[in-house]
Design a protein around this ligand. Structure first.
Ligand code: PLP
Length: 459
């Protein structure tokens, strides 16, 4: 792959100071944090790649919007502005504000899953899976098999396996399936894009069997940029036209605004059916707040209305995806394995391949995350067996399909020099890879353990 890099389409007006601790200090901090990066204080982190969610830098326009935001309880000016922006972008007539993506799931999924047994998705994000299960249904993933081979190039590794989807529908009974979900980009497979052709095919299957079709739209803009690059039909279409094609005929969507809408907090629900919207609004009033603010302050709504448009700007997206491709290009040059081609919001380093001597039950991706912190104060996280946890029935450690150390890149936050620090740190680590040891968990809660577990290095 030839590195493609598009420079920042902005200059910096306000800066946030960072400090790099010494190696000795970092070794002490990570030990004090029980070798769990979630226990690190952010002041002790030089480059924070824990997530791209809500960690975005707002523009001067958005900060100006913060001052303009109307804090009225009902009918605030910013409400009308965000309605107009979202209706235009997502081509859906009914839009409801909520405070973040999982709030959208909490409101919408129980409505869709009432009296149903299953939700099927290309891949459920973890909060989506949780809300499917809280609604009393089972979440089934149905991604294309190409997603599982990290070394094989495939344009759309996020796609739904439509043949398997139809098989599932026949086996489980269409009447038992409440919703078919398309997550764009496919976060859990490595931020991998989904083609519009695949979305159309999936939608046609949903329609054929009378099942609701929902888009989990956190990274709708990044997905559309990949479609423009890789799907010949859309080569000459605008990002907005591609978004319209993506959402065409979808019954509804949920969205975390903390990703492609370039804000720090917020979420949306959209739908086409007036009767469904009435139910959404009523539940939203109980869970989130009155319909015109939906759990958000007016200033944040104003920033969201502006961020929605900034997030679909093609120069911005070129730079954004360009950052991923630049970092991936440097890693490829150095022979560092990652989910390839790189996705839209993160580089997923393949720790199973980089540290083959560490078995899954000694958490290679967690070991690599800790080395990155020691090496250069970089905070990444494990998306592998450490995060997956134990079998609830037997209590035995489960083996994940992937052992990824995820380098999630916040939007508009880090420069190319920061990306070079990340690449250089990984290159140094690769040179001493065989000396790196695994970890053992010494204390863990029963669920979502990766946030709070305590570990120690193996000798
Ligand atoms: C982040 C995310 C969510 C949940 O959104 P929050 O704003 O974190 O609650 C749901 N789905 C996907 C694909 C996401 O990336």
């Amino acid at each position: 792959m030839k590195p493609i890099y598009y420079p920042e389409p902005f200059r910096i007006k306000s800066v946030e100071p960072l400090k790099m601790l010494t190696r000795e200090e970092r070794e002490k901090k990570i030990a004090e944090a029980n070798y769990n990066v979630f226990y690190l204080a952010s002041r002790d982190v030089y480059i924070d790649l824990l997530t791209d969610s809500g960690t975005n830098a707002m523009s001067s326009q958005q900060w100006a919007g913060v001052m303009v935001g109307d804090e009225s309880y009902a009918g605030a000016e910013c409400y009308y502005r965000v309605q107009e922006a979202a209706q235009k972008i997502f081509t859906m007539p009914y839009i409801q504000l909520v405070h973040q993506g999982r709030a959208a799931e909490k409101v919408l999924l129980p409505i869709l899953l009432e009296g149903k047994k299953y939700a099927i998705a290309n891949m459920h994000f973890d909060t989506t899976r949780a809300h499917v299960e809280l609604a009393g249904a089972r979440a089934i993933d149905c991604v294309v098999p190409e997603a599982l081979d990290t070394t094989k190039y495939y344009d759309f590794k996020g796609n739904m396996d439509t043949a398997r989807l139809e098989q599932y529908i026949k086996e489980l009974g269409a009447e038992n399936i409440g919703v078919i979900i398309m997550t764009i980009t496919n976060n859990s497979a490595g931020g991998q894009p989904v083609s519009v052709a695949n979305i159309r095919e999936t939608r046609a299957i949903a329609k054929k069997y009378g099942i609701k079709f929902m888009i989990d739209a956190a990274r709708y803009a990044e997905n559309s940029y990949f479609v423009k690059q890789r799907e010949p039909e859309f080569k000459n279409k605008s990002i907005q036209e591609i978004i319209a094609a993506t959402f065409e005929g979808a019954d509804c969507f949920t969205m975390s605004s903390k990703k492609d809408a370039i804000v720090n907090m917020g979420g949306l629900i959209g739908c086409r059916d007036k009767a469904l919207f009435e139910v959404i609004k009523q539940r939203c009033i109980s869970f989130e707040g009155f319909i015109t603010y939906g759990g958000m302050s007016g200033r944040d709504i104003e920033a969201l209305a502006i961020g929605l448009s900034e997030g679909v700007d093609e120069h911005y997206l070129q730079y954004r995806i360009g950052q991923m491709q630049y970092l991936a290009g440097r890693l490829e040059e150095a022979g560092i394995p990652f989910q390839s081609p790189v996705g839209g919001h993160a580089v997923f380093v393949d720790a199973k391949k980089l540290l083959p001597h560490i078995p899954y039950y000694e958490f290679p991706a967690q070991a690599l995350a800790i080395e990155l912190y020691k090496e250069a104060g970089i905070r990444a996280c494990d998306i592998g067996s450490y995060m997956l946890g134990n079998d609830p029935d037997t209590g035995k450690q489960l083996e994940a399909d992937f052992e990824f150390t995820r380098l999630a890149i916040p939007r508009r936050v880090y420069t190319q020099s920061h990306l070079d620090v990340i690449a250089d740190a990984l290159i140094n680590i690769k040179e001493r890879a065989s000396t790196i040891k695994g970890y053992k968990i010494v204390e863990e809660p029963p669920i979502l353990r990766h946030f709070t577990a305590k570990l120690r290095p193996l000798d």
